[in-house]
Design a binder for this molecule. Structure first.
Ligand code: CFM
Length: 465
């Protein structure tokens, strides 16, 4: 019998479920990062989504041009709040708008024309990023060649991302393509006017709802210069010189380790892994980074000052949140970052899931949850409903796609992807996170829902009960 009732017709899903317990030798042997089982209504994104939406999209002064049908451009535009000093990339999206006749006769001419037109309309852009889609890959358009011709024509870097949607099993492959393409086409193509011995890149932060402003000033306060962010609030010109930083500080290990590895191989740039969420983690991130440069003393001063500012507020929320049980469903790493934050607030992670996590992500989740915790890879909506009804978490942390599932079932919800208010990074962000969880849990509406709502007769709730 399937672990979850709703999986009776897709027994393959059982391999993607694990309950932490004895006899597992500390190893999380869950099936993950593999092709979705046919019939499973997956919530995953495609390779194009991971490349255009996650890694390339935040670059603030590039023309973000989708080579494909207009729907691909529309649905990858504007949903992720990776804000920047210039809102060019959020305000506009561009597409070659492939239609049936272009599919029959080829879209290369149309792509070249789109690049030229877009550049004429927005001469302030510092480059053009072209993202390949399933359609244009299947008909064999040579976007790379078009990019080469266009670079000469417009005199700016035109970068082609081979991120056709079907290329990998999830958006995770798109991160890889995004890293590799930016590395090969931009990194090291210019030299900075000034060089600093105390310089870092922040890799794998995308400035969701302004995350950067919570921690950038802290790194600067200990005496460090940030050359480039990969890719939150970054400019094309900053990506070109990022090879000159002395250290890569990796925040999202899933989406940005690739570029760190390539920089290490080519330029010898060392890197460290950090987590910029949570009081303990943020302190450790500053400490570890500072230690590389011999700035330990400065770091301690900053940590002491900043932690003192937020601790009274954290204590306030800790009293209100302690003991609450949480189910987490994130794209990848956040599912292993949040349990640590929740623990700082006295809360417990009773279940965790990711959309596209790899084995290393699941191992980290496994090590951070207690025995009996429910771990599931890439859950679909019926599975989520069943989990929320049987596990009965006090709080569900997930994303926009799952928000209404939680609301309908009367489960308090916090958006861990794009945040309720945010930002959630850094010391000050931890206060926002705690406050949003408290708001979700204490909202009077849940009592009304529980008192007044009637389950659908014969619905899932009855069946599970
Ligand atoms: Fe890294 Fe991200 Fe995440 Fe991610 Fe994402 Fe995101 Fe996420 Mo949503 S880069 S892997 S592809 S931390 S958009 S900012 S929140 S699923 S866990």
């Amino acid at each position: 019998m399937a672990v979850l009732k709703c999986d009776a017709t897709i027994p393959e899903r059982d391999k993607h479920i694990l309950i932490k317990g004895e006899g597992q030798d500390g190893k999380c042997s869950i099936a993950c990062n593999s092709a979705t089982t046919p019939g499973d209504m997956t919530e995953r994104g495609c390779t194009y989504a991971g490349c255009r939406g996650v890694v390339g999209g935040p670059v603030q002064d590039a023309i973000q041009l989708t080579h494909g049908p207009i729907g691909c451009a529309f649905f990858s535009w504007g949903y992720r709040p990776h804000i920047a000093d210039s809102d060019f990339h959020m305000k506009y999206t561009f597409v070659s708008d492939m239609d049936e006749s272009n599919v029959v006769f080829g879209g290369e001419k149309k792509l070249l024309q789109s690049i030229i037109e877009a550049n004429e309309a927005f001469p302030e852009a510092k480059g053009v990023f072209i993202y390949n889609t399933c359609t244009t890959a299947l008909i064999g358009d040579d976007g790379k060649d078009v990019a080469k011709i266009a670079t000469e024509k417009i005199g700016k870097p035109v970068v082609f991302f081979p991120c056709e949607g079907f290329r990998g099993v999830s958006q995770s492959a798109g991160h890889h393509v995004g890293n590799e393409t930016i590395f090969k086409n931009l990194v090291g193509t210019a030299e900075p006017e000034e060089d600093s011995a105390y310089s870092i890149n922040i890799l794998g932060d995308y400035n969701i709802k302004g995350d950067l402003r919570t921690f950038e000033p802290l790194f600067e306060a200990i005496g460090l210069n940030i050359v480039a962010r990969f890719t939150g609030n970054v400019k094309v010109d900053e990506l070109k010189v990022m090879h000159r930083a002395k250290l890569n500080v990796i925040h999202c290990a899933r989406s940005a380790t690739y570029v760190a590895d390539m920089m290490e191989a080519k330029y010898g740039t060392p890197s460290i892994n950090v987590t910029l969420w949570g009081i303990e983690n943020m302190s450790k991130a500053l400490r570890d980074t500072a230690a590389f440069f011999g700035l330990e003393h400065e770091a301690e001063k900053v940590i002491k000052r900043e932690v003192a500012k937020v601790m009274p507020k954290i204590e306030f929320y800790r009293k209100r949140l302690a003991g609450k049980k949480v189910f987490i469903y994130q794209g990848g790493p956040r599912a292993w970052h949040w349990p640590e934050l929740l623990e700082e607030l006295g809360m417990e992670t009773i279940g965790a899931a990711t959309t596209f996590g790899h084995a290393d992500d699941y191992q980290k989740i496994y090590e951070k949850v207690n025995d009996g915790a429910f771990i599931i890879d890439n859950p679909n909506v019926p599975e989520l409903e069943e989990i929320l009804l049987t596990l009965k978490p006090d709080l569900f942390i997930s994303g926009n796609k799952e928000k209404y599932v939680a609301y309908k079932l009367g489960v308090p919800f916090v958006n861990g992807h794009t945040y309720e208010t945010g930002p959630y990074a850094g010391f000050s962000g931890m206060v926002n996170f705690a406050r949003d969880m408290d708001k979700a849990l204490s909202a009077p509406v849940w009592k009304l829902v529980k008192d007044m709502a009637q389950p659908v007769p014969g619905g899932l709730e009855e069946e599970v009960a």
